[in-house]
Structures are given as structure tokens and as C-alpha cells.
Design a protein around this ligand. Structure first.
Ligand code: NDP
Length: 286
């Protein structure tokens, strides 16, 4: 089962390794620059080929850092960036994408996401994304922070079904999507990219990291708590997790979670500590 969990297939047949690398808050501090470049390159060496960034992160600084880290090995990377909702239509979309490509030092993205739903009409965003695809600037497009109703609206529009992924918040301490969004996306063949898989920025981060069951399992598997959380997040084979790690040691530790296969019994034990939702929950966001 460990191998089965290693990759998640996209509608177009391409595969994403179930663990990738987030980059929010990277590229913002000079003193961390070298360590962050090293961390990203270490991640690629470990097979974490999905790198997730956005024009928003550090207002372009994250993309520049990623560009630097991948300049001599673009082909090793499944590169993902995101557009601000207010840039997600017409000429603005083309310009935003061109500027992201420029900062990243490449001429195509593997995946381009609408960062969250704003005022831009979805029809126009889809049209623009399809144009970028025809122009060879992106291989596929998707969305982020879309709940079930947004997804239904999107998928009903012309070419809406070309949406490749939905990137949403998901970790052991925030399981709302399991009630409806996750099964719906699975049915539609749209993988989930789980952001904040280590519960960063959440009120429950401490509860998760200090939880007795979680720590007991970590001991049982000779793993770290972070590894347990990541293995849990990708357990279905339909979700990829994109932890951010600015330190190479963290990246190596995270990559090793690809080999950690939680038993059904242990997953059930975690359900007791952090129960799955039994009613509709509002989509959790950061
Ligand atoms: P994460 O849950 O990934 O947590 C990141 C934090 O965890 C960092 O402080 C990092 O430290 C630490 N960490 C990483 N690995 C380990 C480890 N093995 N042991 C202990 N600590 C560890 O939070 P993010 O908010 O960064 O989410 C991940 C990514 O998801 C983002 O970077 C971004 O790419 C994306 N995202 C997307 C959003 C959206 O709206 N679409 C919203 C939020 C995030 P250190 O850096 O020191 O290694």
C-alpha cells in the first residue's frame, strides 16, 4: 500500500508524487536564502518533484527563490504557481502568468491555480486558463480554496471539467473536507493538494503535535510526529500534501514519510483522537 500511496494521478494521465514542497514565506529573509535553496534542491533529490508557489508569496520573492533553486534542473520539477483572483481574467491573466514565468526562469508551468475565488467570472478565468494552455505556457490549470458549491458551479461551465486539482487546507486537526468535498472531488477525478498539512497557522497545531495518540504512534513507527501527520494526510491515495520546509533536514524527514504506511487500525485510533466530520463544515482556509 505504501507504493500505491506514492503517486496521485491527474486526469491527463500525469502523476504527482504524493508529497511535494510548499514555499509560502520562503525567499523573504536574506539570512535564510541559502538554506532555503538547499532545502528545495534536497527535496528534488528525494523525489519531491511538486513545488508549490504563488505570485502572492513574498510578492514574487518565493517564485524568484524557486527559480534559482530549479534553474539547472527544470525537468526534475512539477512546477505549480497561483494567480491572484483579481488577475484571473483577460489580459491580466496572461500578464500575471508571464511575470510568474519570468521570476521562475522557465517558459511553462506544470499547473496554474486560481488562488481563491474572487470577483472574476469563472467563465473568463477558465477561458484564460485554456488560452494559456493552448499557448503552451501552462500544462494544466486548477483551483484553490473551492468548496463543493464552487466546484459544482465550475464543473458545469464550458471546459470546467478540465480543472485538474483543488488545493485546500487539510490536516489531522481540520478534517471538514472529508464530509463532502473530498468524496465529491474523488468522484470527479480531481485530486486534492493538501496545504498546511503540518497544521501551521492553526489554533490546533499544538493539540495535534502534543496529542498522546499521535506521539504514541510516532514512537511505534519510529517516526516523527510530522511524518505521522504527512502519512495520514496522503493515506487515501487521492491527496498530495505540500509541507513547507526551509531546512534540508526537515525535507529529508518529510520525504521519508512516503514510505510510512499507517495500518487501518492506527488510522482508526487517530479517528478517535481527531474524529472525522459528521456534518457539513465550512471550508477551513488560511
Ligand atoms: P505547513 O503545515 O507545511 O508547515 C510549515 C512549517 O512546518 C514550517 O515552519 C516548517 O519549518 C515546519 N516543518 C516542516 N517540516 C517539518 C518537520 N519535518 N518537522 C517539524 N517541523 C517541520 O504550512 P504552510 O502554511 O507552509 O503550508 C504548506 C504549503 O501550502 C505552503 O508553503 C504553500 O505552498 C501552500 N499553501 C497554500 C495556501 C492556499 O491558499 N492555496 C494557503 C497556505 C499554504 P521550516 O521551514 O523551518 O523547515
Amino acid at each position: 500500500a505504501a507504493l500505491k500511496q506514492n503517486v496521485v494521478e491527474l486526469k491527463d494521465g500525469r502523476e504527482m508524487r504524493a508529497l511535494g514542497q510548499g514555499t509560502w514565506r520562503m525567499g523573504e529573509e536574506k539570512s535564510k536564502h541559502d538554506a532555503e535553496v538547499e532545502a528545495l534542491r534536497t527535496g528534488l533529490d528525494c523525489g519531491l518533484h511538486v513545488i508549490d508557489t504563488a505570485e502572492m508569496y513574498g510578492e514574487g520573492e518565493s517564485e524568484k527563490l524557486v527559480g534559482e533553486a530549479i534553474q539547472d534542473r527544470r525537468e526534475d520539477v512539477f512546477l505549480v504557481s497561483k494567480v491572484y483572483p483579481y488577475n484571473a481574467y483577460g489580459e491580466k491573466l496572461v500578464k500575471a502568468c508571464d511575470e510568474s514565468l519570468e521570476r521562475l526562469g522557465t517558459d511553462y508551468l506544470d499547473l496554474y491555480l486560481l488562488h481563491w475565488r474572487g470577483d472574476a467570472p469563472l467563465e473568463e478565468t477558465i477561458q484564460g486558463m485554456e488560452q494559456l494552455k493552448s499557448d503552451g505556457k501552462i500544462r494544466a490549470w486548477g483551483v484553490s480554496n473551492f468548496d463543493v458549491e464552487d466546484m459544482k458551479e465550475l464543473l458545469a461551465l464550458p471546459n470546467g471539467h478540465n480543472c485538474a486539482v483543488n488545493q485546500v487546507l487539510y490536516h489531522l486537526g481540520s478534517r471538514g473536507i472529508e464530509y463532502d468535498l473530498l468524496p465529491y472531488l474523488k468522484e470527479q477525478g480531481i485530486p486534492v493538494m493538501a496545504y498546511a498539512p503540518l497544521a501551521e497557522g492553526s489554533d490546533v497545531k499544538k493539540d495535534v503535535f502534543e496529542n498522546e495518540t499521535v506521539n504514541r504512534l510516532a514512537e511505534t513507527y519510529s517516526a516523527s510526529v510530522a511524518q505521522i501527520l504527512l502519512a495520514w494526510t496522503i493515506r487515501s491515495g487521492h491527496v498530495i500534501a505540500i509541507p513547507k520546509a526551509g531546512q534540508a533536514e526537515h525535507v529529508e524527514e518529510n520525504a521519508a514519510a512516503l514510505l510510512l504506511d499507517l495500518s487501518e487500525e492506527d488510522v482508526a485510533t487517530l479517528d478517535e483522537a481527531f474524529p472525522p466530520p459528521t456534518t457539513k463544515q465550512p471550508l477551513d482556509v488560511i
